[in-house]
Design a protein. Structure first.
Lengths: 71, 144
């Protein structure tokens, strides 16, 4: 699932460690979320969205389908 | 200082205690020298676990005091992997011991225990619906 965590973190000039501390998770978890390798739980997804003052569906989007695959 | 507030410490202590239990049994069965060696290994292992739990890494945090949600999932997956490999290893040991006419009942017991625990876990953690008859009665009451 695509997410905007990295972009928004960089916009605020935050390090991964700083974001992790603000969210109460480990730095490795922030890395995994940004890399799309971990889908946060609903409470954590809401926490992330609230931290960046956006809605959850704005922060996390289902992966866009490749246009070449659609008929 | 409770297990809940310091799981890393209590986990290391439990490991040391279990290891010491094994060391005593080994000492009684195989002699003092081997028993002491087992004790040294057990205490060393417990200490290594405690120290590793202080690392800033997934492994460290999973062994440490406050894993986050993803690290708890990492732990769960590691336990699930253990739950697959261990009974298969026991089954293999059972087969080898039986084929070589060695004592095989411990492997047999532990393999069967693994199977019982697995199905018990499925029953424990599964979602259980209310019985159909109770549902029908409920629907009858709601419609009257």
């Amino acid at each position: 699932m695509r997410n905007e965590v990295r972009e928004r973190r960089v916009d605020r000039r935050l390090s991964q460690a700083e974001l992790a501390a603000a969210l109460g998770v480990s730095r490795q978890t922030v890395i995994s979320i940004e890399g799309g390798r971990y889908l946060p739980s609903l409470p954590l997804a809401f926490k992330i969205a609230r931290y960046f003052d956006v809605t959850v569906d704005k922060m996390f989007d289902p992966e866009e389908h490749d246009e070449e695959e659609t008929p | 200082m409770t297990p809940r507030s310091h799981p890393r410490l209590w986990s290391a202590l439990a490991t040391a205690l279990l290891g010491s239990t094994v060391a005593v049994a080994v000492g009684l069965g195989r002699g003092l020298k081997v028993g002491l060696l087992t004790e040294v290994v057990a205490v060393g292992w417990a200490l290594a676990l405690y120290l590793k739990g202080g690392d800033e890494s997934d492994v460290g945090d999973a062994l440490g005091d406050h894993p986050d949600e993803r690290q708890r999932l990492v732990k769960l997956r590691a336990r699930a992997l253990t739950g697959i490999v261990t009974p298969l290893s026991l089954l293999a040991a059972w087969v080898v011991a039986a084929a070589t006419k060695s004592t095989y009942w411990p492997f047999e017991v532990l393999t069967l225990l693994s199977a019982v625990v697995y199905f018990g876990g499925l029953a424990l953690y599964a979602e259980h619906e209310a019985p159909a008859r109770a549902n029908k009665r409920q629907r009858g009451r709601l419609s009257s």
